[in-house]
Ligand binder design. Structure first.
Ligand code: FES
Ligand code: MG
Length: 578
């Protein structure tokens, strides 16, 4: 008999190492598919946390990827056990995949903790699957390695490249302006997404895959190897081998997700022209693992840094080009003067050790630190009476001339109002106006929709204008672009000043001064606040998960996690199940 009061050396042995009735139960059912008895001898038991789903097209190859991870785990002497978790597909989920990020993270956290796992491999692809899995794993804090699914091959349409998302925003404006036919639009659908993988622009999925690598949770080249490139399978297999060693070294996630790692990730986000969504996700991950990170860190650490990567949506190339040019290690090598060289990564080396000799095969795609693609391209954090707790803008995706702009507000109360009126020829708007959208934040939408890159009014588009200043409490797809102020906090539905903006008010944006100002007197704002009524959610949204979410979600400047999910409770489970 083992002494059950003694803390086992290996977590899984608290289940599989038992000689009693419970040990029988823990082992016997697992043996039902032909697992021999010696498999329970105390070797590392590794969970493969799989977000495979046909409803998440970007993760549709994850069964094959999991098999590669398994081979690696067997090769290294571990015992792999694959399990599914809630998968979040960006394109199909309504009202927005972000409404479910925290729910999926709860599934991940509890699935890891409640099971006999010594370490875990996270299979992540489509946008929200990456933060959801990292958040859940961070709250358990066992040895963890991330494997991203990889981007799709470049879209090809009538002799030109077509980038995920980015091309849709462009072409749909062309259709609305009468420059593209409906038939051409349909044809482009099959041309844009023609292989397994996630969006192949530097959208949120590619950004988050880069964050996995920059944080040190993934192996070198996790960010950019195309999903269907054989080397993606090699990476998965190597991750399987490596996690077994990580368990033996007790290299838990909190040894990797340090303050230094987050700072490096913020720098890398600037250098790749990464998605604004990374701001919210990294804040949430840091909150789980217990690292003090706030919105201002993004500006202080990253804003002045240049963008080195000429990738859509900020530039022209795609993820496939990025990998062939040298991938993320080649970018990180360029950051020598700013990177923290002590940050440890999953392979046991520091981030710098992994990247210091990385070659750059195409200096058109990956520029040098001294001759960057764009100067001062990191995310900027705006403040002012319109966003007392901050707002976010990605200057590298904006029109330089609009970064300082004062304009008359054209206000939409919510996304329905926007869709109802934006195409109206009688809408009182011109290109100097500022489009304002309310009630698309965490509580308001609910779930914080990617609605911030509002379509431009057709009469403006017909003049050949392609950008206007837009302000909202929404997010924006990482594949989108424009002079778009996002994540205004507090949001309108939480009674933030955004709720008080009216048609005809003047709004001043000054990115250089980090200012977002509503030119309305305090007295007038107080008068409007006294009359403000909190918008009601439809009845279908007043129960179940959505109710729990709306009651507990924090604002965007804090990462939009649920208040009671912040922090971690570690891997220990105090009780047996009988
Ligand atoms: Fe899945 Fe873009 S829709 S990554
Ligand atoms: Mg997206």
């Amino acid at each position: 008999m083992t002494d059950d009061t003694k803390k086992p050396t290996r977590r899984s042995q608290a289940w599989f190492g038992r000689q009693d009735r419970d040990g029988f139960i823990y082992r016997s059912w697992v043996k039902n598919r032909g697992i021999p008895h010696d498999q329970f001898d105390g070797r590392p038991v590794i969970g493969i946390c799989n977000t495979y789903s046909e409803l998440t097209p970007c993760n549709s190859h994850f069964r094959a990827l999991a098999e590669q991870v398994k081979i690696g785990i067997w090769e290294a002497g571990g015992f792999p056990l694959e399990f599914p978790v809630m998968s979040l597909g960006e394109t199909l989920l309504r009202p927005t995949a972000m409404l479910y990020r925290n729910l999926a993270s709860m599934d991940v956290e509890e699935s890891i903790r409640a099971n006999p796992l010594d370490g875990v491999v996270l299979l992540m692809g489509c946008d929200k699957t990456t933060p959801a899995l990292l958040m859940g794993a961070a709250s358990v804090d066992v040895p963890t390695i991330g494997v991203s699914g990889g981007p799709m091959l470049s879209g090809k349409y009538r002799g030109r490249e077509l980038g995920s998302g980015t091309g849709v925003w462009q072409m749909s404006e062309d259709v609305r302006a009468g420059k593209m036919s409906q038939e051409e639009f349909f044809e482009a659908e099959s041309c844009m997404h023609r292989s397994h993988g996630h969006c192949m622009t530097m959208g949120t999925a590619s950004t988050m895959a880069s964050m996995v690598e920059a944080l040190g949770v993934g192996l070198p080249h996790n960010a950019a190897i195309p999903a269907v490139d054989a080397r993606r399978n090699v990476l998965a297999r190597n991750a399987g081998r490596r996690i077994v060693q990580m368990v033996e070294e007790d290299l838990v996630l909190s040894k990797i997700l340090t303050r230094q790692a987050f700072e490096n990730a913020i720098r890398v986000n600037a250098a790749i022209g990464g998605s604004t969504n990374a701001v919210i996700h990294l804040l949430a991950i840091a909150g789980r693992i217990g690292i003090d990170l706030d919105l201002k860190d993004w500006d202080d650490i990253g804003q002045k840094l240049p963008c080195l990567l000429d990738l859509q949506p900020s530039g022209k190339f795609l993820m496939e080009d990025f990998y062939y040019a040298g991938g993320l290690p080649a970018v990180i090598r360029q950051l020598e003067s700013v990177i923290d060289k002590t940050a440890l990564t999953a392979n046991g080396k520091t981030l710098w050790e992994n990247c210091q000799d990385a070659p750059n095969w195409n200096e058109e795609v990956i520029r040098s630190f001294d001759k960057p693609f764009k100067e001062a391209a990191g995310i900027a954090i705006l403040k002012g009476n319109l966003a007392p707790d901050g707002a976010v803008i990605k200057p590298s995706a904006a029109t330089p001339a609009l970064l300082k702009h004062r304009g008359r507000a054209v206000v939409f109360e919510n996304s329905d109002d926007l869709h109802r009126r934006i195409d109206d020829e009688n809408l009182d708007v011109d290109e100097t106006c500022v489009l304002v959208l309310k009630n698309c934040g965490p509580k308001g939408y609910p779930g914080m929709a990617e609605a911030g890159n509002m379509p431009l009014p057709p009469k403006v588009l017909r003049k050949g204008i392609t950008d206007m200043v837009r302000v909202s409490d929404a997010r924006m797809s990482g594949t989108a672009y424009g002079t778009v102020v996002l994540h205004v906090s507090p949001e309108a539905a939480a009674g933030g000043p955004l709720a008080l903006v009216q048609n005809g008010d003047f709004i001043e944006l000054d990115v250089e001064a980090r200012k977002l100002h509503l030119d309305v007197s305090e007295e007038e704002l107080a008068r409007r606040r006294a009359q403000w009524q909190k918008p009601e959610l439809p009845p279908q949204m007043q129960r179940g998960w959505v109710k729990l979410y709306v009651d507990h979600v924090q604002q965007a400047n804090q990462g939009a996690d649920l208040d009671f999910l912040v922090g971690k409770s570690g891997p220990y489970v105090p009780k047996d199940n009988h």
